[in-house]
Write a protein that binds this ligand. Structure first.
Ligand code: PFF
Length: 458
């Protein structure tokens, strides 16, 4: 077996920073923006139950597999897969999985950065007291106004990407690690503040009933596909973000232990985001099913009405921006790591080129909300560019990437490699359980959900 490799990009100083970074990657717009509106749109408790099952049975084992592959390869996902395939005598085509991830990362970051830009802009608006006394109509008009303005969308998308570029260009320790050390405690503090506030408002009981009383009558195959896609998205799985962070994990660190922390914190944050957002929505007498506008339209109205609303609005949108930034850097890192490894570019040069490419794709996503609203890429006649990028990357590429990662980790590489990286005794219950779930349950879940989406079950 090959001697253990070292990462050319450096390592996290300890497990703690890996957990902070990976939790930073996982906790993002997916938790604070997407999860609450998906719960709202998909009938509440039943969606929450299915989502939790997807996290436990598919997300958790695949995250362990991703970290394991990353730490074994110690390179960008493309090169890690290539090197491991070589060490293990497997088909070199496995590096294609790394390329799939890079492509997914480009697509996700292009629209993610547009939404991250809105979060920054709304934080700025809140600072200026822009939500004071605002009603539903004005809030709707404000949000539509942002969407309708190519200039605003592109400006804030650019600012968002520039921040990510600055962090990623500075490297693993000086950039990524420093950013998460600063931003993650801030994120938890802001979140805590919001939940305490939510618990003190009138709508808390209603929220508990809405989020935890399952009504399965509204559930169909589409709901399950959405829940599974969300499980991958929220845990940053299937595209190499967690894999590349795993490549920087010190050899002594326990992969199963760290994974449980990351998955636990991400799930907790999504639930807490619901517990923080719905009470204010309910107590203002509004509807939870507001789609993507939930945090950008409904919440500003609420912030405009309540005492301390300006402060609360600032806290919320700063929180949203921080969460988006720590996730955005993990979307950028796999491609930047790869280009740096190839040489001759420095990390900063590589980061500049990748950021530029994503910036251009993001402009297309942003403009599709206004001047290019009618542009279609066939055969997807009913999706604009923004929605198409989101659909193809979240609902198809991430689950597909996750499926292949599970197959690679649980079927293809040698058992000894798995045991060494996971640090589990071969006959322990934990190891057998992980192997069973990663070999059968996770891939089968993805395949069934795909077949259902294709209408194969009638
Ligand atoms: N997990 C992030 C969120 O919930 O917002 C989004 C994300 C980051 C998805 C990194 C995929 C990824 F690789």
């Amino acid at each position: 077996m090959a001697a253990p490799r070292a990462s050319v990009h450096g390592e996290w100083s300890s497990s703690l920073f890996f957990i902070l970074a990976a939790t930073g990657s996982a906790v993002g717009l997916g938790n604070l923006w997407r999860f609450p509106y998906l719960v709202g749109d998909n009938g509440g408790g039943a969606f929450v139950v299915i989502y939790l099952l997807c996290i436990l049975l598919v997300g958790l084992p695949i995250m362990m597999a991703e970290i394991m592959i990353g730490r074994r390869g110690r390179h960008s996902p493309i090169n890690s897969l290539r090197l491991i395939a070589r060490d293990e005598g497997l088909n070199p085509a496995w590096q294609g999985l790394g390329w799939l991830g890079v492509a997914a990362g480009f697509m996700i970051l292009s629209f993610y950065s547009v939404v991250g830009g809105w979060a920054l802009y709304y934080g700025f608006e809140a600072f200026q007291g822009g939500f004071r006394g605002i009603d539903t109509d004005t809030a709707g008009t404000l949000f539509e106004g942002v969407l309708a303005s190519p200039g605003l969308v592109v400006l804030w998308h650019s600012i968002f990407l520039l921040l990510l570029f600055g962090i990623v260009a500075a490297g693993v320790r000086r950039g990524l690690q420093r950013a998460v050390t600063l931003l993650m405690p801030l994120l938890f503090l802001l979140l805590l503040f919001l939940v305490l506030y939510g618990a003190l408002t009138g709508g808390f009981a209603e929220t508990l009933a809405f989020m935890f009383r399952p009504d399965f009558s509204a559930v169909d195959g589409g709901t399950i596909l959405t829940a599974l896609g969300q499980a991958f998205f929220t845990l940053s799985l299937g595209m190499g973000a967690i894999m590349v962070y795993g490549a920087y994990l010190p050899s002594r660190a326990s992969i199963p232990g760290n994974t449980v922390w990351i998955v636990g914190m991400d799930t907790l944050t999504a639930i807490i985001a619901g517990l923080a957002i719905f009470p204010v929505v309910f107590s203002a007498g509004m509807e939870p099913a507001q789609g993507p506008g939930l945090v950008f339209v409904t919440l500003p109205v609420v912030f405009g009405e309540i005492t301390l609303g300006t402060l609360l609005g600032m806290v919320f949108f700063v929180l949203l921006s921080v969460a988006a930034i720590t996730s955005g850097i993990s979307l950028l890192e796999p491609a930047v790591a790869y280009l740096t490894e190839r040489g001759p570019l420095s990390r900063a040069g590589a980061a500049a080129i990748i950021t530029l490419a994503i910036w251009l794709l993001g402009i297309a996503a942003g403009l599709s909300l206004n001047v290019w609203a009618d542009v279609r890429i066939l055969p997807f006649a009913d999706l604009g560019i923004f929605d198409l990028l989101e659909f193809v990357s979240n609902d198809i590429m991430l689950p597909l990437g996750g499926l292949l990662i599970a197959v690679f980790a649980a079927w293809r590489i040698r058992s000894k490699t798995r045991l060494v990286e996971l640090g589990m005794p071969p006959d322990s219950l934990r190891f057998r359980l992980w192997l069973l779930v990663t070999r059968f349950v996770a891939p089968l879940a993805v395949v069934l959900v795909f077949m259902n989406a294709l209408g194969l079950f009638g």
